[in-house]
Design a protein around this ligand. Structure first.
Ligand code: GN1
Ligand code: MG
Length: 352
């Protein structure tokens, strides 16, 4: 690791233990231990986040608001550099950010118990609820069109035109499935024009590893605030459904292992709605299951388009990696659609 970083944060390089952690596809994350204190260091991927300052601005605004209104709420903010900056810049575009490691916290990489899904959903729900009085339009757009499904669909069509011809041919079945389920995009378009759907402070990356837990497995806070932007609740609920319902992740090659776990659905509903009940319009609540379809379909499109574009965005650890991920997400979507009536009944019972 580069000396300049240690200097900028007054860390003693020789005393610091540096460990690569995290399994994100975009940013790189390390844990630093200098004997007294632990930190999390992140290198921001500036190919993706073109304006890292926008992230720092958002985090600063939210933290000021939260500190004033909810002083007990745990919200992690960056450690300042020697020259009082929230990020450290090396060269022209290498941005690093240091945050304190929350004591006695841990993250998990897979949801194994419904209680974990409940705690995480509660954390993400609470985050949006506490910020409901924050003027959402003040937030900067750190990733333009991040969850714009209509645009993702257009990008998929462009990949079909300009992408790798042999990969397009091999992916015919998946391509057909995506095209046949375009009604998911139509519903999204409808949501954009429906005044019952509100733009709120939205996390946009609600996977389980973005929640800190304490030793008793209670949720402590949400982390990874790069994609906090104005958004719809379907993004946050959708990515929880996408990543908590199945016991295997998007990396799994054996698709027979992809099964929707009903108890986990119930836990996400209870955790999120417990916090957001009074915030959400009836019409929004009615789209709770749709949220899952929206995010899984979008992720399938993104992986598939990336495969057709020779893996330029996500990269690939083996030949056909993004094709496997896309296939995995399509199976997950099919399983979710098959279970829709069962899940609706769970919601009905909870609401009684
Ligand atoms: C990326 O880097 P990570 O794992 O937090 C991606 C998400 C995807 C996810 C799929 C900025 O998130 O949208 O859902 O991979 N983030 C960005 O694993 O593209
Ligand atoms: Mg992320």
């Amino acid at each position: 690791m580069i000396n300049e970083i240690f200097t900028a944060y007054n860390l003693d390089r020789d005393k610091c233990l540096v460990e690569l952690v995290g399994n994100g596809l975009i940013n790189k994350t390390w844990r630093l231990r200098d004997g007294n204190e632990d930190f999390i260091l992140q290198k921001i991927n500036t190919d993706v986040f073109r304006q890292p300052e926008a992230i720092a601005d958002n985090v600063r605004m939210l933290s000021i608001f939260l500190r004033e209104k909810y002083p007990d709420y745990l919200f992690t903010t960056p450690v300042k550099t020697n020259d009082d900056k929230e990020m450290m810049l090396i060269g022209e575009d290498e941005f690093y950010r240091l945050t304190p490691y929350v004591k006695e916290s841990h993250t998990i990489n897979a949801v194994e118990k419904p209680q974990q899904a409940y705690e995480a959903a509660k954390q993400f729900g609470e985050f949006t609820r506490l910020l409901s009085q924050f003027p959402v339009e003040k937030l900067k757009i750190t990733l333009p069109d991040f969850h714009n499904l209509s645009l993702r669909y257009v990008q998929f069509e462009q990949a079909l035109e300009k992408g790798n011809p042999s990969r397009i041919e091999e992916s015919a079945k998946l391509i057909e499935f995506i095209k046949n389920n375009k009604n998911i995009v139509d519903t999204y378009e409808h949501i954009l024009h429906d005044p019952s759907f509100k733009l709120r402070v939205t996390h946009h990356d609600t996977k389980i590893s973005n929640v800190l837990f304490n030793e008793a497995d209670k949720g402590l806070c949400v982390i990874d605030l790069d994609t906090v932007m104005p958004g719809y609740f379907i993004s946050d609920v959708g990515d929880m459904l996408r990543t908590y319902l199945s016991q295997v992740s998007e990396e799994e090659k054996d698709f027979s292992k992809i099964i929707i776990r009903e108890e986990f659905f119930e836990a996400i509903w209870n955790g999120y709605i417990g916090e957001m009940k009074s915030e959400l319009h009836k019409e929004e609540r009615r789209h709770f299951i749709y949220a899952g379809k929206f995010m899984i379909y979008m992720q399938a499109i993104r992986f598939l388009a990336d495969h057709l574009n020779n893996d330029i965005y996500y990269g690939a650890k083996y030949e056909g990696h993004n094709l496997v991920r896309a296939g995995n997400q399509i199976v997950l979507l099919k399983r979710l659609m098959e279970k829709e009536e069962v899940l609706k009944r769970i919601i009905k019972n909870q609401e009684l």
